[in-house]
Design a protein around this ligand. Structure first.
Ligand code: HPA
Ligand code: ZN
Length: 331
């Protein structure tokens, strides 16, 4: 099964680029930028990755991002992820970046964006990996800060396909950002949002109805609401599920309790992603391996998940069909 998974072409649609910062690179960048870390070794950093919920993780994730200072740092971060994409046979990736995590520390939008974009362009040239950038608003911050971020993005608009919503979910419902998303939609951005990771199904309803999202990021709590499942199925709204993330952040106790197969059985458009691979113990293929093993998936189910990754992407219909056809032909 592992070889089968490895050779399937895959798209990744839920990946926070700041969440791909490996402890080794964190250390190297801290040294390069003369920043003091609260850890004295790579092992100590890894040992701290013992989360009991989303907020626990976010506290460490925002602290780690502090080593990213110069355009070159953002390039190195993104390039390291793209090399992993090549290894995992990811041929298309739509990555999130959190401008506010950087602008709030005095790092300009342009510094972060240009470093990321340059690495994506190199991956297109060197590895034929296509990509898109999705800019996320941090939902624990206020609406005004999100409007300011949207304004800062205007210069880079042609290279940003969508806006999204991430960070602490509970207590920060999609409705808080309805007006910002309306403005973004008016400017031609597509929209996505994290919803139904820790938040209840009302967060998913709001993301659909108020933010007009094309995809729900996570969405695993949808099964608690039959009417919502019917809506998601009817409209084939993609759910960008992140299995290892859900285990690490205790959304499910163990992989064998994960509901991704149940989502497929309901006829929902779910697929597998890695979320913050450096923090959650594995890149995309590792997520597939652990799901396949714990849930005893058939090759057909794995193929379905890989096909769904393309169907749910922002690629053209022609490109989607080329990859889907390739997967169909795999035995
Ligand atoms: N959920 C919410 N916000 C995030 C995540 C996540 O999994 N990763 C990075 N920011
Ligand atoms: Zn996420």
């Amino acid at each position: 099964m592992r070889d089968f998974i490895k050779k399937l072409p895959k798209a990744e649609l839920h990946l926070h680029i700041e969440g791909s910062l490996e402890p080794e690179l964190m250390f190297e960048l801290a040294k390069r930028n003369d920043i003091r870390l609260n850890y004295s070794s790579v092992d100590e950093i890894r040992a701290a990755y013992n989360f009991s919920n989303l907020q626990d993780f976010l506290d460490i994730y925002y602290a780690g991002a502090g080593v990213l200072q110069k355009e070159e740092d953002f390039f190195d971060l993104t390039w390291a992820y793209l090399k992993r994409c090549k290894e995992d046979n990811i041929v298309h990736t739509e990555i999130f970046f959190d401008p506010q995590t950087h602008t709030d520390r005095g790092i300009s939008f342009a510094t972060a964006f240009n470093g990321i974009k340059r690495a994506l362009k190199k991956a297109e040239d060197d590895f034929q990996i296509s990509s898109e950038i999705i800019m996320c608003f941090l939902r624990h911050l206020d609406e005004k800060a999100a409007f300011e971020t949207l304004e800062q993005a205007s210069e880079f608009k042609d290279d940003i396909i969508a806006v999204g919503l991430d960070s602490s979910e509970v207590g920060h419902p999609p409705s808080k950002f309805q007006r910002v998303f309306e403005k973004a939609l008016g400017e031609g951005y597509l929209t996505v949002a994290h919803a139904g990771e820790e938040g209840d199904p009302s967060y998913i309803w709001e993301a659909l109805d108020l933010l007009k999202v094309k995809r729900i990021d996570h969405g695993v709590r949808c099964l608690e609401d039959k009417e919502l499942v019917a809506r998601l199925k009817e409209e084939q709204i993609p759910l960008t599920v992140c299995p290892l993330s859900n285990i690490k952040l205790r959304v499910f106790d163990q992989m064998k309790d994960h509901n991704i197969k149940a989502l497929l059985d309901e006829g929902l458009m779910a697929m597998i992603n890695s979320d913050d691979p450096s923090y959650f113990g594995g890149y995309l293929n590792e997520n597939y391996f652990q799901v396949a093993e714990a849930l005893d998936c058939s090759k057909e189910e794995i193929k379905q998940l890989a096909m769904n990754s393309f169907s749910s992407s922002f690629l053209s219909e022609d490109k989607k069909n080329i990859y889907i056809q390739k997967i169909k032909e795999e035995l």
